[in-house]
Design a protein. Structure first.
Length: 227
């Protein structure tokens, strides 16, 4: 059932934005309108968005919702620069690169039954996202300067963006799949009022297999329950 605000039914775009915004700030979003204003045809629904910063801890949530919520057709969740939820048919028939305008138009013109059931599904997906409990805010740090590096240890200056940084926390590297490291030493630098950094700087030691693969500007996200 569509969510309402003071008796006014919200658009699919706004319902999706509200659902996604519970997890993190949404800085860009695109959602196909429910029907074509000129032809009246039901449009093939897709939702694309980008959060203000990467949130790899949310990927499994969106994969799960995309698999389990729909009742009519198969759906896919993909994430590159932007996150995207689309009917799997677009990927299987049009390829994974996202150039689907011609295929989308063909489906809308010649397979309205598919568009109608897909439209029902996207409402279930939005409702399922809105029903998910918001995850605790993860701590995010960015490697600012490398002081020492080996295969299993990285000593670096890090910039803290969100959350509370503590010794013992486990971090996952956003840009280096499979690398998980533990923060074993932490020393904060005193604040410098003349700088305009987003967060304070700290010297940290990160230990774990693959630590030496981490480089400057690498974004690290704390794992749930690691503190």
């Amino acid at each position: 059932m569509a969510m309402k605000d003071e008796g006014v039914q919200l658009s699919r775009f706004q319902r999706a934005r509200n659902a996604l915004g519970r997890f993190a700030p949404v800085v860009w979003m695109k959602s196909v309108t429910e029907t074509d204003e000129i032809t009246g045809l039901v449009r093939l629904p897709t939702i694309g968005w980008r959060f203000s910063e990467p949130h790899p801890e949310l990927q499994e949530l969106f994969h799960s919702v995309t698999r389990e919520a729909p009742q009519n057709v198969d759906w896919s969740f993909t994430e590159k620069r932007n996150s995207l939820i689309v009917p799997s048919r677009l990927i299987t028939e049009g390829g994974p690169d996202g150039q689907w305008n011609e295929l989308r138009s063909d489906i809308e013109q010649n397979d309205q039954e598919f568009c109608i059931v897909a439209s029902e599904d996207i409402e279930l997906i939005i409702d399922a996202i809105a029903a998910q409990p918001a995850l605790p805010t993860a701590t995010r740090i960015s490697v600012h300067q490398i002081a020492k590096s080996s295969a299993d240890e990285l000593v670096c200056v890090a910039e803290s963006f969100t959350g509370e940084l503590q010794v013992g926390m486990m971090f996952q590297a956003v840009g280096v799949p499979g690398v998980e490291v533990r923060l074993t030493a932490l020393r904060w630098y005193p604040p410098r009022p003349e700088t305009k950094r987003l967060g304070p700087l700290a010297k940290v030691t990160l230990v774990g297999k693959g630590a030496g693969l981490l480089g400057r500007k690498e974004l690290l996200v704390s794992l749930p329950g690691s503190s």
